[in-house]
Design a binder for this molecule. Structure first.
Ligand SMILES: [Zn+2]
Length: 549
C-alpha cells in the first residue's frame, strides 16, 4: 500500500526553507520511499491532502520519565499555586472530590520549594483530608517529596530509619522525620513505594495514558531516563499484550543509585548489561535498554546542584551557602562508567551545576573518544550551569548535550539571581555554545518535571521566553537561544542520534520509517505557542488525529 501525502510543506532538510520546501511524502507500508515535488512523485494507491500544513519528523523526547509522567496525568496539580495556603486549599478541594475507595492515597505534583519558602512540613498537610489519607507531594523537579504524617507511616519511615547515602530525610531535633525526603531518599524510598502500591493494571494504564498523550503532542519516540524493574516490566508487559497501543519507539536508561558498597552499585550496572543483552538495537530496536543513568547532583532550586563556587544565598536566610559535593565520588563513578561502556552501553550523567558537569566530562573522558572505533554517544543531562570551556569539551569527546529548554522558562527561575548571583546567572542554559561548538544537542522535556509539549519546549528554546506566562516579556540569556531549525533538529534528528535511532527515524528521508507529525504552524518561533498538532503518524499509521470542530 502506497500513500501519497501531498500539498504540504515538508521539513526534509536542515536547510529547510518554508517558501521552497518539498511538498509531498510517499509512504509504502511503514517507510518513506519518496520526498519531493508532486509532479515527480511515483504512483500511489491513495492520496491524502494535507491542506498546506507543515510536516515535521515525529518528535523524540530526549529525556523523560514514562511511568511518572503517566501517573502524573491523574495527580493533583499544584503547579498554579504560589503559597502554602493555596497548596492547602487545592489539596483540600481535591480531597473532597476524590473518594477514598478509588483514591486510597492522594498524590500531588508540581510543588516548588520557592512556593513555601523552602519549608515542607508534614504538619502543614495533616488536617487537609477528612479521611486522613496519606498525601504525597512531588517537587516539580522530582528531586524531593513532601509527605504528611500518614504518608510517612505508609512509607514505614520513623525515627529509626537510616538516612540513605546521597539523600536526606528532614528531621526535628529528636530525629523524628518532619515530612521532606530529598535526593536519593525520594528516588529510592518514595518513588518505588508509590510505584509498588499501584496495581499492575493501573501501571499499564499509566503507560498507555503516557503514550497516548505523547502521540497527541506529536511524538513518535522517547528516551526513558530512570528505568527500574518496575517501569521496565510494566512497559514490557503492555507491549507484549497490547502491541498496537505501544505506538512509540522507546529507548531506556537504567537508573543506577548510590549504595552502601561498590559491589551493590556495580551489581546494578550488571543488571542493565543483562537486560541490554536481551533488549538491544539488534534484537528489539523499538524497545530496548540503551544504557545507564547516573544522577551526579541535585538541582539549583533546592541548593543541591554541585557548584564550583558557593551559592550566593541559601534557601532561607539562615541556611548555609556552601555547595554540596557531587553525589558520587570520582573513583566509583569511573568504575560504573567504564563497566557500562565496556559492555557497549550508553552512559547518561545527570549534571546540573558546573562542578557536577566538570566531574561528568572528566569521567566520560576516560572512555571517549575511542581511537579507531565508533563513539558510544555518551551523554550529559541538563547542563544548566556550565563553564565556558565545557562546550568544546563536549564536542570533542562526542558527548551529547541533552537539554530541556522548558527548564529555562523565566517563570520558574525567579530564585536563581539570588541563589547564583548575577554573574553566574548569565552563564545559565548555554545551549547555543553547545551547538556552535559542534556538540550533538538533543532536546527533551524531562516530563513530568515539566510539561511534555514539544511545541512549548521549542518556544522556550528559540525565544528564551516563558511558555507558562506567555504575556511576560522576560527572557533568560537570550544570546544562548537556538534558531528554529536548530531547535527542531535537536528535537528530532539529534534526539534520534542521541540514542542510536538515527538510522530509522528522526528525519524525513527515503528509507526512514514514516514517523511524522502534521502541524498547523506558522514558521515563526514567536508563534509556536499557537501551533497545533493535527495528526501524528507512527510507522505510516495514524496514531493521533485532532478531532474535527
Ligand atoms: Zn529527568
Amino acid at each position: 500500500m502506497r500513500t501519497l501525502y501531498h500539498n504540504a510543506s515538508v521539513f526534509s532538510r536542515t536547510e529547510y526553507d518554508s517558501k521552497d520546501a518539498d511538498t509531498c511524502l510517499l509512504v509504502e507500508d511503514e517507510s518513506i520511499i519518496y520526498v519531493g515535488s508532486e509532479q515527480d512523485a511515483p504512483a500511489s494507491d491513495k492520496q491524502v491532502n494535507l491542506a498546506g500544513r507543515r510536516v515535521l519528523p515525529g518528535f523524540i523526547d530526549g529525556h523523560m520519565h514514562l511511568l511518572l509522567f503517566g501517573s502524573s496525568l491523574s495527580k493533583i496539580s499544584l503547579a498554579g499555586c504560589t503559597s502554602l495556603s493555596e497548596i492547602q486549599s487545592t489539596i483540600r478541594d481535591a480531597a473532597t472530590s476524590r473518594s477514598p475507595t478509588t483514591y486510597p492515597r492522594l498524590f500531588c505534583s508540581g510543588w516548588m520549594h520557592s512556593m513555601t519558602d523552602g519549608q515542607a512540613l508534614a504538619s502543614d498537610l495533616d488536617d487537609l483530608d477528612p479521611h486522613g489519607r496519606p498525601i504525597f507531594i512531588d517537587a516539580k523537579d522530582l528531586h524531593s517529596a513532601w509527605c504528611n504524617t500518614a504518608a510517612l507511616t505508609d512509607l514505614g519511615i520513623d525515627k529509626s530509619t537510616p538516612t540513605p547515602a546521597g539523600g536526606d530525610i528532614a528531621r526535628d531535633n529528636d530525629g523524628n522525620p518532619t515530612g521532606l525526603l530529598s535526593e536519593s531518599a525520594a528516588v529510592t524510598i518514595v518513588w518505588p513505594h508509590v510505584a509498588r502500591v499501584a496495581t499492575t493494571n493501573e501501571k499499564k494504564e499509566y503507560v498507555k495514558d503516557a503514550i497516548r498523550a505523547y502521540n497527541a503532542a506529536g511524538y513518535t519516540g522517547m528516551v526513558e531516563m530512570a528505568t527500574d524493574e518496575n517501569i521496565f516490566e510494566t512497559a514490557r508487559q503492555l507491549r507484549e499484550q497490547e502491541p498496537e497501543s505501544f505506538s512509540i519507539r522507546l529507548a531506556m536508561h537504567w537508573l543506577i543509585t548510590p549504595a552502601a558498597s561498590e559491589e551493590e552499585v556495580l551489581a546494578q550496572v550488571d543488571r542493565a548489561i543483562e537486560l541490554h543483552e536481551k533488549y538491544n538495537k539488534e534484537t528489539s530496536s523499538d524497545f530496548r535498554i540503551a544504557g545507564i543513568k547516573v544522577i551526579c547532583d541535585g538541582v539549583v532550586d533546592a541548593c543541591t546542584a554541585a557548584l564550583l563556587e558557593p551559592y550566593t544565598a541559601g534557601l532561607s536566610n539562615t541556611a548555609s551557602t556552601a555547595s554540596p559535593a557531587p553525589l558520587w565520588e570520582e573513583g566509583i563513578l569511573r568504575k560504573v562508567v567504564q563497566r557500562a561502556d565496556g559492555a557497549r552501553l550508553q552512559v547518561a550523567l545527570h549534571a546540573i551545576g558546573d562542578a557536577a558537569v566538570a566531574l561528568a566530562i572528566n569521567t566520560l573522558e576516560t572512555v571517549e573518544p575511542r581511537p579507531g572505533s565508533q563513539s558510544r554517544r555518551h551523554r550529559i543531562e541538563h547542563l544548566e550551569l556550565t563553564s565556558p570551556s565545557d562546550a568544546s569539551r563536549l564536542a570533542s569527546l562526542g558527548i551529547t548535550a541533552s537539554i530541556q529548554p522548558v527548564h529555562a522558562d523565566p517563570a520558574i527561575l525567579r530564585a536563581w539571581p539570588r541563589l547564583l548571583g548575577p554573574e553566574r546567572v548569565r552563564r545559565a542554559f548555554a545551549y547555543r555554545e553547545f551547538a556552535e561548538a559542534g556538540a550533538n544537542v538533543a532536546i527533551g522535556t524531562d516530563a513530568p518535571t515539566a510539561p511534555h509539549s514539544a511545541l512549548r519546549n521549542l518556544y522556550t528554546a528559540t525565544t528564551r521566553r516563558s511558555a507558562r506566562e506567555p504575556e511576560c516579556q522576560e527572557t533568560v540569556n537570550e544570546g544562548f537561544k537556538l534558531s528554529l531549525v536548530q531547535a527542531i533538529s535537536a528535537a528530532t534528528r539529534n534526539a534520534a542520534y542521541s540514542c542510536f535511532a538515527d538510522d530509522v527515524t528522526g528525519a524525513l528521508e527515503v528509507g526512514k520509517k514514516a514517523d511524522f507529525v502534521v502541524l498547523d504552524m506558522q514558521w515563526n518561533e514567536n508563534k509556536l505557542l499557537e501551533a497545533r498538532v493535527v495528526k501524528t503518524y507512527f510507522q505510516g499509521r495514524c496514531v493521533f488525529a485532532e478531532s474535527e470542530s
